[in-house]
Design a protein around this ligand. Structure first.
Ligand SMILES: Cc1ncc(COP(=O)(O)O)c(C=O)c1O
Length: 432
């Protein structure tokens, strides 16, 4: 009999994709479904990039494993100007999505992963695929942001070493998926100090860096350029997930790291398709139309996700104001009593009840590393026609509740569905 590797039983279809499948099949049956489960930015491809791709369609050569030289240079210049990154201290690598750079980095750096709780769904499975341990770092979420206390981080590192583990890298993501919150500058600085002192490599996942609602691009690489690898790409601020363009800034100070990543690339993905690389150079030239597009999309993300948070807060649910990305990560602890009486005791129960009885797809906090009984959900505010919404905004429509009503009715109805849900469980609990 053909045997699968033992660790294979740990892996499931990514929960994000599973929620997506369920909504698709309900809609195919003509049933109503609200999709807060999948975080795909809904905006169209900018005309300039469409044309650039058309013009590059004849390019069929293999490209260097680190990426097309012109792309690497243009990207470096862009991040120097727009993100304040001292790009002279980094090498650039281009891969089919930042997910693969994250995986290659985890592969390349010996030791175990320090992972904030909650964190994006794929960090832990990647680590486990490589046979490494995951060490959780507690966080605190509030209106000010996504907090990782430097002192707590240091204690986690010391404790893990006492237990014989080898914490060697810390993954950070801000603005964050799942929380929609970011880590403030002073806290990034303190985290950087701990990591430099403890010789921990920071993997800074800045894929939402330009989807920042206060317009500030934050990067911990400023404070620890010798100890930070930055990953980013075009999937979020330019809504180009399916183009599969990931960018890594690899610290020159870590001897041999860029070379090792190139070796991994050469034995696996070889290169990002040539026409795509030629085309996306245009995304990094600082063209005014592209910059405007990014800003407009971010404004709409801000409207949608802050609207959802406000609606949830009015239901007495803990939902800090999102600061970036396209997510909310509400905590239903205040309703634990009524939920328990309705048989809902874990985040999975909560997501399941919403999907089954209300056709509302969400993701349970447990998919992001939260303990099962913590009553959190990750909600994505992307269930609307991005092309129509963007066009309306460009034509002068005001970003207010009327805009949501007209261009994102399912977002509004999702919030109303939560109202119904909370009323129902409260009613059920009173009746019981
Ligand atoms: C936090 C985070 N990091 C990384 C990725 C991977 O993005 P990509 O591989 O498309 O660059 C995603 C995509 O959902 C994400 O949410």
């Amino acid at each position: 009999m053909v045997k699968l590797v033992k660790t294979a039983t740990e892996f499931e279809l990514s929960p994000t994709l599973a929620a997506n499948e369920m909504v698709k099949s309900r809609r195919a049956e003509g049933k109503k479904a609200y999709h807060m489960g999948f975080g795909e930015s809904p905006f169209p491809v900018p005309e300039r990039l469409k044309n650039a791709l058309k013009n590059a369609v004849d390019r069929k050569e293999y490209l260097p494993t680190a990426g097309l030289a012109e792309l690497c240079e243009t990207v470096a210049q862009y991040y120097k100007e727009k993100a304040g990154l001292d790009t002279s201290k980094f090498d650039v690598i281009v891969a089919p999505g930042s997910k693969l750079i994250l995986y290659a980095l985890q592969m390349a750096i010996e030791g175990d992963l320090l992972m904030p709780d909650p964190s994006w769904v794929s960090y832990k499975p990647q680590s486990r695929m490589l046979g490494r341990e995951v060490i959780k770092v507690p966080t605190r979420l509030d209106g000010e942001g996504y907090h990782i206390d430097a002192e707590v981080l240091k204690n986690v590192i010391v404790q893990a070493r006492k237990e014989g583990k080898n914490p060697s890298k810390l993954i950070l993501n801000y603005p964050s998926n799942p929380t929609g919150l970011t880590i403030q500058e002073d806290e990034l600085k303190q985290i950087a100090e701990v990591c430099v002192a403890e010789d921990i490599l920071i993997i800074s996942d800045e894929i939402y860096g330009f989807v920042s609602f206060d317009g500030v691009y934050r990067t911990i690489a400023k404070y620890a350029p010798t100890h930070t690898a930055v990953t980013t790409g075009l999937s979020k601020h330019l809504s180009l997930g399916g183009w599969r363009v990931g960018i890594g800034f690899i610290p020159k100070a870590v001897d041999g790291l860029q070379g090792l990543l190139r070796n991994i690339a050469s034995e696996t993905w070889s290169c990002v398709p040539s026409p795509i690389q030629q085309a996306v150079v245009e995304a990094y030239k600082g063209h005014e139309d592209i910059e405007e597009h990014i800003q407009q999309c971010t404004d709409i993300h801000k409207l949608m996700n802050q609207y959802i948070a406000k609606g949830l807060r009015s239901l007495d649910i803990h939902a800090p104001e999102p600061q970036g990305a396209f997510y909310n990560y509400p905590n239903f602890e205040t309703h634990r009593g009524s939920l328990a009486k309705a048989g809902i005791k874990t985040s999975k129960d909560l997501a399941h009840a919403l999907l089954k009885d209300y056709s509302l797809a969400t993701l349970p906090g447990s998919a992001f590393g939260a303990e099962p009984e913590v009553l959190t959900l990750r909600l994505s505010g992307c269930d609307y026609d991005g092309e129509a919404a963007l066009k309306a905004y460009q034509n002068g429509a005001k970003l207010d509740e009327g805009f949501i009503e007209q261009y994102a009715p399912r977002v509004k109805e999702s919030v109303q569905t939560f109202e119904r849900f909370i009323a129902d469980v409260s009613g059920k609990s009173k009746a019981a």
